[in-house]
Structures are given as C-alpha cells and as structure tokens.
Design a protein around this ligand. Structure first.
Ligand SMILES: [Zn+2]
Ligand SMILES: [Zn+2]
Length: 156
C-alpha cells in the first residue's frame, strides 16, 4: 500500500482532533486513560480506517504498548461516544471529523486506491429522502450511515 499524502492528517489538525476528542470523552462520562488516548492519537493521525491489529502495531512503532483485546474494548466505547466510526466497507475504524451534532447522519467517501476516507454530512435533501423512504415502510429512521467507494481527488 502506498503512502499517498491524502492518508496523513496534518499534525496541527491531528492534535486539534485529539484535544477535541478528549473533551468529548469527558463529556460522555468516560475517563481519559492512557490506552484511550493512544487509540485516539493513532486514529487522529490518519484518514485511513484501521483495524485493531494495525492500531496495535502503530502504537508499538511510536514506542507505546497496548493489547488487541483492550483496543477492541476502547474502539467500541469510542464508537458509542461518536468519536470514531466503524467503516463497514473496509472493516476499519476512522476518527470522526464531523461537527458535534452531526453524528447521526454521515457520508463517507472511501478511496479504493489509497484507502483514505473523507467524512461529510450528507446533503439535507438526501437525509430527507432516506427518512421519507423509510417512513413509507412505517420505519422511523434515527441514524444514517452512507458509504460510497470510489477514487479520491488525489488518486485521480
Ligand atoms: Zn463523524
Ligand atoms: Zn485516494
């Protein structure tokens, strides 16, 4: 896998994500522990979704230590708090870059070449359309996750 620069997050944005994430962690009633901080820091530095084993290896490379079982536990707590998203198409975890309040509706643009993922709120029209289609089935839609796989601007 190449290291196209659209996978790397600018250091200033990465540390901004980390401090925002730690605030949100506290707001969600979760303690800021070293392992949670390590996982957040690792995910905050990349736009490429990572699995638990990749996170463990990255933590190791930067001189830390964490086991895979703890990583899975941390990822599910962080996902429940809306700080990371599980990207189903590639089975990996991505740091949430959406604004607070946008957690329930997300659009993820997944590049099949470099693996970067961009997070956007779906358009209001798309959100309404999905809500209407669901309600025709008597279904009350609460959370919407749209994933689209293609080629990013950088790889084209
Ligand atoms: Zn998000
Ligand atoms: Zn790409």
């Amino acid at each position: 896998m190449n290291t196209a620069n659209c996978n790397a997050v600018e250091p200033s944005l990465a540390s901004e994500f980390e401090s925002r994430a730690l605030e949100r962690l506290k707001a969600a009633g979760l303690r800021v522990t070293t392992p949670r901080r390590l996982v957040l820091r690792t995910l905050g530095a990349t736009r490429k979704p990572m699995g638990a084993y990749e996170i463990r290896d990255a933590v190791k490379r930067s001189g830390g230590r964490i086991d895979v079982v703890s990583i899975y536990r941390i990822l599910s707590a962080l996902a429940a708090a809306g700080l990371v998203h599980h990207i189903g198409s590639v089975d990996g975890y991505l740091a949430c870059t959406g604004r607070p309040g946008e957690e329930s509706k997300t659009l993820h643009l997944i590049c099949s070449k470099c693996g970067c993922v961009q997070e956007l709120p779906p358009s209001q029209a798309a959100g309404i359309e999905i809500g209407v289609t669901a309600s025709r089935q008597g279904f009350l839609s609460e959370t919407t996750r749209i994933e689209t796989v293609g080629v990013c601007e950088h790889c084209r």
